[in-house]
Design a protein. Sequence first.
Length: 198
Amino acid sequence: MAEKINTTKFEEVNINPFSSPTPGESLTTAPDMPKQWESPPQYTEEDEAMEAVYLELTSDDNLMPLIQVIDDGTPLDQVAQVLLYRGYSKGLYTPDLMLILAEPTMYLLIAIADYADIKDYVLYEGEEDDPDGAIYGDDVEPVEMDEVNDDEDEAPKPKETEEIVEYDEPGEDSVSSSLLSRIKTELPDKVKKVKENK
């Protein structure tokens, strides 16, 4: 018998690529026992769904573990993805609404990190290596590359920190006004209370 020369990546990690569900197998489940995401969603409006996300994140049981996860350096986008996917798989909202909730959920997580005095939170994995993610005025001096110099041998001078345009913080357009007011009024007290009971 001939010896096998090449091994596949599946054989190296001892996985059978053919041990997966048969196509269409999900359609053979009993109609009276549908999966939660196959039923109509609990929330169809963005504001209602975002309020449910806010209440879940800031509950007494979840807030301190969430602060610890953020403080441990887990990227906020991963926390938001897990949270939103879990809500989708529970049938709380549709996949489209889940994607719409991504931005306000990220802003909510940033607000929680800020109120918990976590200044070095990670937005996404690889953020430190991303030149587009650099925060101007934070060890980086931006250089205007389109600037025309009379002396071609001289590099353009970097802008002064005061000349850098500051961006507005997210406001009512990304988070509903009722939730935004709750974040500003309730969240600092909740975070303070949870950190004191630590």
